[in-house]
Design a binder for this molecule. Structure first.
Ligand code: ADP
Length: 529
């Protein structure tokens, strides 16, 4: 079976576009919960990786401190006590978050440097107190230190963090770690330590690193056992979405959240936006498809109409030409004797050639209108005179076909502003149709009345009439009603579309009132101003 082009287009679009797009859309809707979870987990991982890099940064920082102190301790001999001490001072002073450092030898000999030393620890008693405190901490951590030393010998350094309560105004942590180098024997453990001012450390190292990764969409905080001790912005403690222990200072947690929203809300709104966009794409696509179908169907039906137009027109041209030729030949050969018959032949030739020119005019005008080349000459004119003249011209055709013609012209009809030639053509087309589509009752009534600020001209017949469903379509180009009586009548489907165009150009209106088998009345209204 031969499929029509429209079926082919529908079929191809459905297979190639509609099914994939709809399947994808449905899939996205079904998957929307999973998508939400996925988006959430992606954000969650991003937050996690920010915390991780903050931790990593702090760790790297510690390793560089470790390396510095290791170098200082390595060069130590009993005679260079002063050099080590001033090395430790310089180390402290170059780091704002460090308030003290020391190197401790297994025979409990310790070299240290403290920020407050010059004021507070100058007395021998205070020095002894510091040493005792340190020794007792180290003895207490005996087992952990043993483990640390073993791990350090395998190349893995991790400091022990102990709360350091030497300075009541500050929160400080003592980081203790073993010094491993070739100049010390295995039995003589050497430890080193750094006293960290926690708040300064959070501000200068932790928060700065976070700031370098934050584009303003995140809030970051540091919390100790009980409360938040630092935050980049205000937020409820319970709103933080992700937290992690700070590796270097394990008493503290670093935590993070999105500013102004939560992960769940964000992922829900992202997934909702995606779905809405998808729906919009579908709607636009369907709209486009509808528009495409509409255009293709109109083009196809126009193409069909054009084909039947060519057939109709050739038929319409051939019949009157044959008649004219036959009558002219008969006359030329002098075969017609009676004067009456001669007159009949002349009149037939005239009326048939008039029909031919009317048809040719229609076609020419139509092509001018289509190419927008048609021009109009408007002038104040008497519509009734124009109608009378045309009816006069058509008189022979009416009587020849047995038509009864009635006229009704309201008195005092004002002049109308029209292109006379165009309106004559429109009127002739209406008359022509009234003749063509009347079979049993051959009656035509032409009237002109004044109505609601305009002049109305109507052509009424008692012919085959037009079904209501077709009444709006008959004004389209090439359209001919589906009635078989219509198809047995010659026609091009151009007449009414031309009439409508002409009336439109005059700023007027045209309409039909009709009942099948009862007849039709076509009315054109011309505005008076
Ligand atoms: P056509 O050349 O087919 O007459 P028109 O554009 O003049 O083309 O008319 C379009 C269609 O409108 C006709 O084919 C016919 O079906 C219908 N029609 C027009 N005038 C009449 C009328 N007076 N009575 C019945 N049907 C009409």
């Amino acid at each position: 079976m031969n499929k029509s082009p429209i079926t082919k287009i529908v079929f191809t679009t459905v297979i190639a576009l509609l099914i994939p797009i709809f399947t994808y859309t449905i899939f996205q809707f079904v998957q929307s919960d999973k998508n939400e979870e996925l988006i959430k987990s992606i954000y969650d991982r991003q937050l996690g990786s920010i915390l991780f890099s903050v931790n990593q940064h702090c760790w790297d920082m510690f390793m560089s401190w470790y390396a510095e102190i290791n170098t200082l301790a390595e060069s130590f001999t009993r005679h260079s006590y002063g050099r080590l001490k001033s090395g430790l001072y310089a180390f402290n002073n170059s780091k704002s978050s460090i308030s003290g450092s020391f190197v401790w030898f297994s025979n409990q000999f310790v070299v240290y440097a403290l920020d407050q030393e010059s004021t507070k620890l100058t007395l021998e008693a205070e020095r002894a107190e510091f040493r005792n405190k340190l020794n007792s901490i180290i003895l207490d951590l005996d087992k952990e230190i043993d483990k640390q030393v073993k791990r350090a010998q395998q190349g893995y350094i991790k400091p022990l963090a102990v709360t350091w309560q030497n300075n009541p105004q500050a929160r400080e942590t003592l980081l203790i770690f073993p010094i491993i180098n070739n100049s010390y024997s295995n039995e003589n453990v050497v430890l080193a330590g750094i006293i960290v001012d926690d708040l300064a450390y959070i501000h200068d190292i932790v928060a700065r690193k976070f700031g370098s990764m934050n584009d303003g969409n995140l809030i970051f905080a540091v919390k100790d056992d009980s409360k938040i001790i630092f935050a980049t912005d205000e937020a409820y403690e319970s709103d933080y979405e992700k937290y992690e222990e700070l590796w270097i200072l394990p008493d503290l947690d670093i935590q993070i959240k999105l500013a102004g929203t939560t992960l769940a809300e964000l992922s829900k709104s992202r997934s909702r936006t995606n779905l809405v966009l998808l729906v919009i794409v579908n709607v636009v696509f369907l709209g486009g498809l509808g528009y495409l179908f509409y255009n293709v169907t109109t083009e196809i039906s126009l193409a069909k109409m054009k084909t039947s137009f060519v057939a109709n027109v050739s038929h319409e041209l051939r019949t009157p030409l044959a008649l004219i030729r036959m009558f002219a030949e008969t006359l030329e050969m002098g075969r017609v004797k009676s004067e009456e018959k001669k007159q009949h032949y002349y009149k037939t030739i005239m009326s048939e050639s008039a029909r031919l020119s009317q048809l040719i005019n229609n076609i020419l005008d139509f092509s001018k209108i289509e190419s927008r080349k048609k021009e109009y000459k408007f002038e104040q004119s008497n519509l009734i005179d124009l109608i009378e003249q045309t009816l006069e011209l058509y008189h022979f055709r009416f009587t020849q076909n047995g038509f009864k013609v009635e006229k009704y012209f309201e008195p005092n009809i004002p002049l109308v502003y029209i292109d006379k030639e165009a309106i004559t053509q429109a009127f002739v087309n209406l008359l022509d149709n009234a003749v063509k589509y009347s079979f049993d009752e051959k009656f035509i009534k032409v009237s002109v009345v004044r109505q609601n600020g305009s002049v109305e001209m109507s052509v009424q017949d008692k012919g085959i009439g037009i079904q209501e469903s077709e009444q709006s379509k008959i004004f389209e180009k090439f359209y001919r009603a589906g009635n078989s009586l219509v198809h047995n009548t010659k026609g091009s489907g151009l007449g009414l579309s031309l009439v409508k165009h002409i009336i439109d150009v005059h700023g007027g209106k045209i309409w039909v009132s009709s009942k099948p088998k009862k007849g039709s009345t076509f009315t054109c209204a011309f505005p008076l101003n």
